[in-house]
Design a protein around this ligand. Structure first.
Ligand code: CAA
Length: 290
């Protein structure tokens, strides 16, 4: 089956980047959907900025920037039925909340053509559980990108209990077409590969900070210089979004036990609206575009 047309549901931190890579690298026709028109506008602004960065580095010509933008269309989520009815692959990227994901996936499954493949960009939620909403669970799997999707090479492809091998092979090929390296997660387990390792480390950094063992900058510096991480764990939490990190840790705690219990500072910061880069403040201050 050849994938030509892709729908990306959600236009947030991950959705806009995935839509961009699908149009820019794989040259798919892309439709990106969001509940709010202002989110779609912001997402297109971020895509333009990112394409300009590639252009300034000589990696894309002006024509390629224009062609990429020409391949990305936007639609409100209220038009979901119309948007997904003729696409080959759907990538759901909405917030990491199981009820919201179930609700959207049910609508997608009802509207999508029978031979289409449906994927979810969840960081931690059970693929098998989400598959229960899909009329053809053999054509559903996890497709987990990393932030920023424009630069990060990995895509985890997660097999649910009823996902077919054919679906895994098609989605792995799509990831390669998007310039990514796929890894296959054979058993559907919370956190898959990366988040099971990463979230344990990030939560431990929060414990160090909360216990007053070291200052923010020294915790980050220690991992940057001692482990060669491109950014320290507290900065990375800001980058991922503290609400997203909390949601992932809560799933991991529920599924894998108290070793993943989120440090209370994370809950407090989320309640205070300090979500990291996307709201301008988390562990660091992040200047917002005008
Ligand atoms: N599009 C295009 N180019 C971009 C870009 C974008 N969206 N964002 C940054 N860049 C470019 C910049 O222009 C810059 O280019 P030059 O070096 O040529 O100037 C380069 O990338 C580096 O950017 P910065 O100087 O702004 O910052 P940096 O050196 O810290 O790099 C980073 C940014 C690539 C994000 C790097 O810090 C990094 O790799 N950080 C770790 C990211 C990570 O771990 N992601 C995984 C998070 S976990 C996850 O996503 C899964 C989950 O489920 C939670």
């Amino acid at each position: 089956m050849e994938i030509k047309k892709v729908a990306v549901i959600g236009a947030g931190v991950m959705g806009h980047g995935i839509a961009q890579v699908a149009a820019q690298v794989a040259k798919f026709d892309v439709v990106m959907l969001s509940r709010s028109l202002s989110t779609l506008e912001k997402a297109m602004g971020m895509i333009k900025d990112s394409l300009q960065k590639f252009h300034k580095k000589g990696l894309l010509t002006e024509d390629q920037v224009k062609e990429t933008l020409g391949r990305i269309h936007t639609m409100p989520l209220s038009d979901l039925e119309r948007a997904v009815s003729d696409v080959d692959l759907i990538i759901e990227t909405i917030a990491e909340d199981i009820e919201s994901k179930k609700n959207v996936l049910l609508q997608i499954s009802k509207a999508a053509k029978p031979e289409s493949i449906i994927t979810t960009n969840t960081s931690s939620i059970s693929i098998t559980e989400l598959a229960s909403l899909i009329s053809k669970p053999e054509r559903f799997c996890g497709m987990h990108f990393f932030n920023p999707p424009q630069l990060m090479k990995l895509v985890e492809i997660i097999k649910g209990a009823r996902t077919s091998d054919e679906t895994i092979n098609i989605v792995a090929e799509v990831a390669r077409k998007m310039g990514k390296e796929p890894v296959i997660v054979k058993k559907d387990c919370a956190g898959f590969i990366v988040n099971r390792i990463l979230m344990a480390a990030l939560n431990e950094a929060l414990n160090l900070f909360w216990e007053g063992i070291a200052e923010r900058d020294d915790i980050d510096k220690a991992c940057e210089l001692g482990l060669n991480w491109p950014m320290g764990p507290l900065k990375l939490l800001d980058y991922i979004g503290l609400d997203t990190a909390l949601a992932i840790l809560e799933v991991l705690e529920k599924e894998l036990g108290p070793r993943f219990k989120p440090n209370q500072i994370l809950k407090q910061m989320v309640r205070a609206g300090f979500l990291g880069r996307k709201t301008g403040r988390g562990f660091y201050e992040w200047p917002q575009p005008a």
